[in-house]
Structures are given as structure tokens and as C-alpha cells.
Design a protein around this ligand. Structure first.
Ligand SMILES: [Zn+2]
Length: 356
């Protein structure tokens, strides 16, 4: 019995096209597999120049703060495959001017330029020690945050952690104080709005001290929500719960006092009960975290009792907010923290949450 013509036609078509089809199918699987096997990583923004902001012999804000965390991160086998250490590209002065007055920037330039090798002095605006390299270090710290934002927005990094010094959250538009020169977190917020046209930005600050500079910069601004949880009473004494913003910014600043001795339960509870419900209304498109580990138990300057477990819980909660509203976009920027081992262990705890 001869094969019906229709079957012969099907065999002919199979011979002609099936090989090409199978080849295309396998190729597409390979391409997908290649893309899947390389998930985005977490960028650690660090540069050795950060060690050269010399603050004198017994100052708590010193280079040792960064050495332990950098060395421990490079040895952490669970984290190493998830981390990138990109070089930090410098920024131009207009980026500083997104937040700071030109007169203030000129003042820092002038005062630092007058310092001799090995000499230290105070910035005339407040209690911030400066030395010969302080201006270039402070600019590099801002650049680190900006590089992190660019990498996240251009889909190169999953998230970013800036390990820089000096800290920034006490710096106002026109005044460096509290060990701070430029306000990295505030500049990062303005930059992500300015360059990438994102509107609603959340800044979370869990340093033991209130970030008076950040609050001041955005006090009348409804596009940047500032949430600070800090010990009270403590330097700089601002951040009372009744400070809730002004004008258009009314309701976009939220301060929570912590009593000396407060621990992980109180820490986590404040975020779950106060921040989460408000973010369901504010819907942040990018989250910037002023990560100060002087709220860690045993700190030299703080009196709170948070542990790595508490930072981990809070990081989990922030990650959920970021995933819900901000396509996962978040950057941690180191602020205070004066026991190097605590900065190291808490940073690793947070990174274990950020890695996929
Ligand atoms: Zn602090």
C-alpha cells in the first residue's frame, strides 16, 4: 500500500524545517540560561582614599572604621560571589550644588586648602575635623553614592552599599557639623530625582543620632520623605516627634525617639508599625538608607542595644517596601558607628538580606 500524499508532504516539511526549528529552540534556551546564570550583584562602593581623611589620634571617626569591614567582606565566602567592587568615578561640582550652597562649598575648599601636611583643624561651621585630604575624600564619598545610584538605575547593580567616610547626615545646605562635610544621602536623593526623573524618594536613617542636616534640607519638600529613628536625648537634640515638616512638606518628616537601652524589638516594631503604613501611601520610587551603626549595642557614642539581628529584620522590611514600590531600588550609605567590628558584622548581616 502506498503512503498517502499528505503524509509524504508532512515528512518533506519535517525534513525541511524541523532541524532549523530545533536549532532555534535550543539556541533560545541557551541564551535564556546564560542571562539567568548571571543575576545582578550588590555593588560595594569603597575606595582606599577614604582612609586618608585624617582626624587626629584619638578621634572616634577614623580610618579603622572601614578597614575591618572591607577586610571581612573580602573573606566572607557566602557574600563574595554576590558582590562587585567597582572603581568610583569622580563627580563634578554641580552635583554638590544639588544640595549645598556655592558659598559653603567655597568655604570648605578655602579652609582645606589652607591646611598643611599632617595638620588638623576644625571646619569653621561646626565640630568636623578637617585635614589636607578632607575635601577630596568628602567629594569621593559623594561620588560613591552617585556611582551607586547610576549603577542601580542603569540596571547594572541589584543594590549598593557605600562604605565611605566622613558621614554626611548632619551636614545642612550651608553647614558642616557632627563629623560631616557634605550630605551624601541628601545629594543622592536630589540626584536620582534630577537625573532619572523619579519623584518620591524615601530616606531612612537609623543612626543613633538624628540626621538634622537631612531633615533640614527636605523639611518643606513633599517629594522626599525623611524617617529617622534615633536615641533621645542625644546630640544634636533635634528630631522631636513634633517635627513633622513644614509647608508643602508637612507630614513628610517622621521622627521617632528611642530611649537609652532600646533593643531589636523596639527597633523592628517602629519600622513595622510606623514606616510601613505610611509608605503604602507615599509609594517611594527609590530608598536611600543612612546606615549608622552607632545604634549598635556597645557603641562608643550611642546608648542603644540593637544587634545584627535587628538590622537584618529592618533590612528585610525595607527590601519588601523597595520591591513593592521601587522595583527593588535601594542604596545603603554608611553614616556613624564607632566600633569597627560592629560596622563589619552589621554590614554583613544587611548584605545577607540584600543578596538574592
Ligand atoms: Zn551618629
Amino acid at each position: 500500500m502506498s503512503t498517502p500524499a499528505v503524509i509524504n508532504d508532512m515528512k518533506y516539511l519535517y525534513n525541511c524545517y524541523m532541524k532549523e526549528f530545533i536549532f532555534a529552540f535550543v539556541l533560545s534556551l541557551m541564551l535564556n540560561t546564560t542571562a539567568y546564570s548571571e543575576p545582578k550583584k550588590i555593588a560595594i562602593l569603597y575606595d582606599e582614599v577614604f582612609l586618608t581623611h585624617f582626624t587626629g589620634e584619638n578621634h572616634p571617626e577614623n580610618a579603622e572604621r572601614l578597614k575591618a569591614v572591607v577586610s571581612d567582606l573580602r573573606k566572607n565566602n557566602e557574600l563574595v560571589p554576590h558582590l562587585l567592587w567597582p572603581p568610583i568615578k569622580d563627580i563634578d561640582k554641580p552635583i554638590l550644588e544639588l544640595v549645598h550652597d556655592t558659598n559653603y562649598i567655597a568655604l570648605v575648599e578655602k579652609e582645606v586648602a589652607a591646611i598643611q601636611d599632617g595638620e588638623i583643624t576644625y571646619l569653621s561651621t561646626g565640630d568636623t575635623v578637617i585635614s589636607k585630604n578632607s575635601l577630596s575624600v568628602a567629594k569621593k564619598a559623594v561620588a560613591a553614592a552617585i556611582n551607586g545610584i547610576d549603577g542601580i538605575m542603569n540596571d547594572k547593580y541589584e543594590s549598593a552599599f557605600v562604605l565611605s567616610r566622613p558621614p554626611g547626615h548632619h551636614a545642612t545646605t550651608s553647614r558642616g557639623m557632627g563629623f560631616c562635610i557634605f550630605n551624601q544621602a541628601a545629594i543622592a536623593a536630589r540626584y536620582v530625582q534630577d537625573k532619572y526623573s523619579l519623584k518620591n524618594i524615601l530616606i531612612v536613617d537609623f543612626d543613633v543620632h538624628h540626621g538634622n542636616g537631612t531633615q533640614d534640607i527636605f523639611y518643606d519638600d513633599a517629594s522626599v520623605f525623611y524617617f529617622s529613628v534615633h536615641q533621645h536625648p542625644l546630640y544634636p537634640q533635634t528630631g522631636r516627634p513634633e517635627e513633622i515638616g513644614f509647608g508643602n512638606g508637612l507630614g513628610y518628616t517622621l521622627n521617632v525617639d528611642m530611649q537609652k537601652g532600646a533593643g531589636d524589638n523596639e527597633f523592628q516594631k517602629v519600622f513595622a508599625e510606623k514606616l510601613v503604613p505610611i509608605m503604602d501611601k507615599f509609594k517611594p520610587e527609590f530608598i536611600i538608607i543612612s546606615a549608622g551603626f552607632d545604634s549598635h549595642s556597645g557603641d562608643l557614642l550611642g546608648g542603644l542595644e540593637y544587634t545584627d539581628k535587628g538590622y537584618k529584620q529592618v533590612a528585610n522590611l525595607l527590601k519588601k517596601i523597595a520591591q513593592k514600590y521601587a522595583s527593588g531600588r535601594q542604596i545603603y550609605i554608611l553614616e556613624g558607628g564607632y566600633v569597627p567590628e560592629n560596622i563589619s558584622s552589621s554590614t554583613q548581616a544587611i548584605l545577607s538580606v540584600l543578596k538574592k
